[in-house]
Design a protein around this ligand. Structure first.
Ligand code: XBP
Ligand code: MG
Length: 230
């Protein structure tokens, strides 16, 4: 029996990477005097590495002209990035993707429990859900460094299932990326995928459903496998 919905955040609840996370990273780099600007193409590649601190480390390790930063310096840089990102969310610059708020409200009304499983920093989740007036709808938030191994490892989903005290077949995951899908599938979850700006060309083998978006009554979602409205 279905008892819970578990949502990824970035790309799934909202299109947060393009003008949100990417710009926040660039502002933090500029403030720190670092000669780094991640354009959209570069950032699209870097999104293969989940987690902002891990993404910075991955980039610096491959950048011969960049200064060497230790883990404490990366953490400090990332804290600044989080400040910029949360301020951007709180300014109202970002909306939830179509159908997200409706699905959450309908699931709540049906008595389903709601959870988040994301690699993003907890402050970012609080900012987005708070701004949307949906924080109170969520029972469990699994975010950031709560588990050491980030997606595509299943750990954050397993952590959330344990907190919900549910088996994988009692929940459905919602994801936008291949990394996220792999994490959810490895945790044994049926997974609905709504690809986002940066993940459109990724592979979604194994998805339970592959939809253009979650849809609103006046804007039906499309089944991306058949091209038909659902
Ligand atoms: C999201 C991420 C995150 C964000 C940045 O992946 O990879 O790292 O890009 O967040 P998913 P932080 O949607 O699969 O969870 O900078 O706070 O780490
Ligand atoms: Mg995502």
């Amino acid at each position: 029996m279905l008892r819970a919905l578990i949502f990824d955040v970035d790309g799934t609840l909202a299109e947060t990477e393009r003008d949100g996370h990417r710009t926040a990273f660039n502002r933090a780099f500029a403030e720190a005097g670092l000669p780094i600007v991640w354009d959209e193409a570069t950032y699209g590649e870097l999104l293969r590495v989940t987690g902002g601190k891990e993404r910075i480390r991955h980039f610096l390790d491959r950048c011969p002209d960049c200064p060497a930063l230790d883990e404490a310096a990366i953490a400090a840089l990332h804290r600044k990035k989080t400040e910029h990102y949360t301020a951007w969310v709180q300014s109202g610059a970002i909306e939830l993707r179509p159908g997200v708020a409706r699905l959450i409200r309908e699931a709540e009304a049906e008595g389903l429990r709601l959870a988040v499983a994301t690699t993003t920093t907890p402050d970012n989740v609080e900012a987005l859900l708070g701004r949307a007036g949906l924080r109170g709808a969520f029972h469990v938030i699994g975010a950031g460094d709560i588990v050491p191994a980030k997606k595509p490892a299943p750990d954050v989903y397993l952590w959330v299932l344990e907190r919900l005290d549910l088996a994988p077949d009692e929940a459905i995951a919602f994801e936008d990326s291949e990394n996220g899908l792999r994490a959810a599938l490895a945790a044994g979850l049926r997974t609905v995928v709504t690809p986002s700006f940066y993940t459109r060309s990724e592979a979604f083998d194994g998805a339970w459903a592959l939809l253009s978006e979650l849809g609103e009554p006046e804007r039906p979602a499309t089944d991306l496998r058949t091209g038909r409205p659902v």
